[in-house]
Design a protein around this ligand. Structure first.
Ligand SMILES: [Zn+2]
Length: 228
């Protein structure tokens, strides 16, 4: 088991430099790290490679810089993001949680050492003036690899990308079930193959069923799959 552990000694993760291996705890591989601020900290390998960038001082620095109202605003955009995705009473829920957009587990529940909000701040850094949180793939989740701070111009460019209708998604699902290739469908509907695969894997639009009218014209085994 330990033979397969990747040696992280000497590697840098943000402000953290890995010093040496630490004894395992709850079968978690952990490393002694030194933060640029001088603090020594034990961090699990999963958290190091999963985005932890400091002993916690990075978050504090961001909050200190945005002290008072600024910090409050960061917390507000964080809470608004969670509400859109998880609270059916939120006015925007239909466009987010309602069509399968989620907040990643790291930002929702934290990493065991830091809260979800702290992880969010570590991953995203501080919000530059005049920018707001934007998802790069409009059908993707709120997660470190799909989020950036963007100006309003950049955002509207993103949202003006081809929008899929409920009907189109129903058709895509039915045709995927019949065995049509994602790349073919992507070309036809003018979207990226990634978006098609998100639909196929239920990562987006999971609330839309395959269109029965189209499914009915397909082979019987596809039909039973649609019904179940
Ligand atoms: Zn530190």
């Amino acid at each position: 088991m330990s033979g397969r552990v990747k040696d992280l000694t000497g590697r840098r993760f943000g402000r953290l430099v890995v010093l040496r291996r630490c004894e395992e705890k709850h079968r978690l591989v952990r490393w002694h790290c030194q933060c640029d601020c001088g603090v020594l900290k034990v961090v699990s390998a999963t958290n190091l490679t999963g985005g932890t960038k400091s002993c916690g001082c990075l978050v504090l620095d961001i909050l200190r810089k945005h002290h008072g109202l600024g910090g409050h605003k960061l917390m507000c955009s964080f809470k608004a993001m969670k509400g859109r995705c998880s609270n059916p009473a939120d006015p925007s829920y239909a466009y987010y949680g309602g069509r399968g957009i989620r907040v990643c587990d790291r930002w929702l529940n934290g990493n065991g050492q830091q809260s979800g909000f702290e992880c969010f701040l570590e991953d995203m850094g501080e919000r530059p003036d005049g920018m707001s949180l934007d998802r790069i793939d409009n059908d993707g989740d709120y997660a470190p690899d799909n989020c950036r701070w963007a100006t309003r111009g950049e955002q509207s460019q993103n949202t003006s990308m081809v929008k899929l209708s409920v009907e189109a998604v129903g058709e895509i699902k039915a045709r995927l079930l019949s065995g049509e290739l994602g790349t073919t469908l992507a070309k036809e509907f003018g979207v990226s193959p990634r978006r098609i695969y998100c639909i196929r894997d239920g990562k987006s639009w999971s609330n839309v069923p395959a269109r029965a009218a189209i499914a009915a014209t397909l082979k019987p085994e596809a039909l039973t799959e649609v019904k179940s």
